[in-house]
Structures are given as structure tokens and as C-alpha cells.
Design a protein around this ligand. Sequence first.
Ligand SMILES: Cc1cc2nc3c(=O)[nH]c(=O)nc-3n(C[C@H](O)[C@H](O)[C@H](O)COP(=O)(O)O)c2cc1C
Length: 322
Amino acid sequence: MTAISNEKRDINIISSPLQGFTDYRFRNLVNQHFGGIDTFIAPYIRFQGGMEIKKSYKNDLLPSHNEVKNLVPQVMTRDSKELLYVADYVKQLGYKELNWNLGCPYPMVAKRGMGSGLIKDFDKIDSILQTVSGEADLDISVKLRLGYESNQEILKLLPVLNNHKIKYLIIHPRIGKQLYKGDADLEMFEQCMEICDLPIVYNGDIDTVEKFVYLKQRFPHINHWAIGRSVISNPFLAGMIKTGSCQLPEDWTEQFKSFHEALFQSMSESLSGPGHLLIKMQSYWEYFSQMFSDAHKTYKIIRKAKSIDAYQQGVANILKQK
Ligand SMILES: Cc1cc2nc3c(=O)[nH]c(=O)nc-3n(C[C@H](O)[C@H](O)[C@H](O)COP(=O)(O)O)c2cc1C
């Protein structure tokens, strides 16, 4: 553990967004109950015809809804006008940075030349960044994968990105087509570090303190680490990485219980009706269940609940048994 404690001042943790999960209610509560995260990136804003930002995205970014110190809005687009529109919108809300998503792997998105589907179109990215850097009055950062079809796509893009004023790149070393299958490609991440002049953030599969220590030793010059799914499946992880502890706190179930109650309360105030609330809370347990010794059985207990009462009873039983 000395590797961590000696260098912990250099460790900066970013919460990598999960659309549908890491909204402002979740972010505020994770921050209040667990700490350890330095920056949160909000799930991407996406236009669906017309230059209008959906109310749910607006709500998510309202400064009065957000208690975390550093929040970075994100956009997914292949259109410089849309990017500039969002840049202007978030600037007016007081944000100083906008993250551009070039990483989304979903075929519906990628086939339309967005997210990881845009990586191979480096001329387009170049021209969008040229327009944006001349006109947008805030920092731009980029989150990307290695490509959509091939891990070689990023090698052509990085020299283009090197010519732009980009605050940092968050690289998730998989290709879009993989979705989340297979291992993160650490050799390719290393190659990217060699040819990239911009600050790089590592993202992908940081799910235990041991994994983090391994990655930190392998990439000693990386100081910024983005964690996605494990912010939900182990909300203690960022704090554990910061303190160098490989163990969950002794009273973790009590702490988790109090977080869960607050999340349930917050969701029940804003969602429409018990059906919606039940589905939403059940969806979190796909991740929460991984903290428990039998994750499969735990998730099954939650999934079979047909009412809010049954759900609450299921949660109580899980926390009692651990
Ligand atoms: C359900 C789901 C939704 C996601 N939504 C976003 C998103 O809105 N923006 C984004 O940049 N990444 C999104 N991601 C990707 C994660 O932020 C992260 O990059 C990815 O899961 C790899 O990191 P991890 O291994 O730490 O989870 C999403 C991932 C999942 C599973």
C-alpha cells in the first residue's frame, strides 16, 4: 500500500458519467456520503432534432441542483453548431469547461457518426475543433475510445488533436465494437501516451484498489483517473484509493444503508409514481449488488420485487444478511 500513500497527493479522481444513473441527485449524495471524487462529469447532452436542449439535461446542470465542487457538462455531437450552442449554454450557467464525447460505443450512435463512430473521421473532428476554438469561450476536454472498428483509429487522430487547445483527453482503451467486452488494451494506451502531447486521463475497469495500484505502477506519470461503473458498484472506492485502504469500512453496510435511503428519498421526490421509482431503484442494484458476497443472488432478490414495499423488504433483508 505504500505506493499509494506516498503518492496520494498526486491522485485525482474523476467520476466518468453513466447516462441514466449519475444524475445530480446521485452525484450530490455520493459526494456527501462517500467523498473521494475530485471532479464529476455529467452524462452527455444530445440533440434529437432541433436546437433545443431537453429539460432533463437542463435540470441536471442547474447550478442550484448541484452541490459538487467541480462539475463538467458533456455533449455528444458531430456538428460544430450544436457544440457551440451547448458551450454557450453551459458558459452562461457558469461552467468553465465542456467535455466532448467521442467514446459512446452504442451502434445506434456510432453508425450515425457520433461518439466512437466519429473517431475515424479525423478531418471532421479537426474542422469542428477549429471552429470551436475560435468561437467558444471555455475549455474543451475530450473523452474517447481507441476507435470504433479498430484500435488504430486513435493513432491517426492523436496528431490532429495535438494541434488543438484541448484541456485533457480521457482515454478508455477499448474500441466501440467491443462495448465492455474483453480487457482494456493497456499496450495501446501506452502507445497513445507516447504520441500524445496533451494531458491524458486513464479510464477503464478501475474496480478495486489493487487494480488501481497496478495501473498507477504501470503508468506512473498518469495523475488523473476516471472511474465509471465502479462509482456505483462501490461508491467507497474513490475514498479507499485516496486513503490507500483495500478494505471497505467496517460499518460499510450502515453507511450504504443511509446513502440508499437518501437516494430512494431523493428519487421518490422527483420521479412520477411508484412504478417509475421501482424501475429506477432496481436499475441501480445491477451495480450495487456487486458489493455483496453473492452479487447474482442479491440482484435477483431486488429484480423480483413487484412493488415498492417488496423492494424495501428485499433491501432490508440483503443488508441484514450482507
Ligand atoms: C450505462 C452506461 C452509460 C454511460 N453513459 C456515458 C455518458 O453519458 N458519457 C460518457 O462519457 N460515458 C458514458 N459511459 C461510459 C463510462 O463513463 C466509462 O467511460 C466506461 O464505463 C468505462 O469506465 P469504467 O470501466 O470505469 O466503467 C456509460 C457507460 C455505461 C455502462
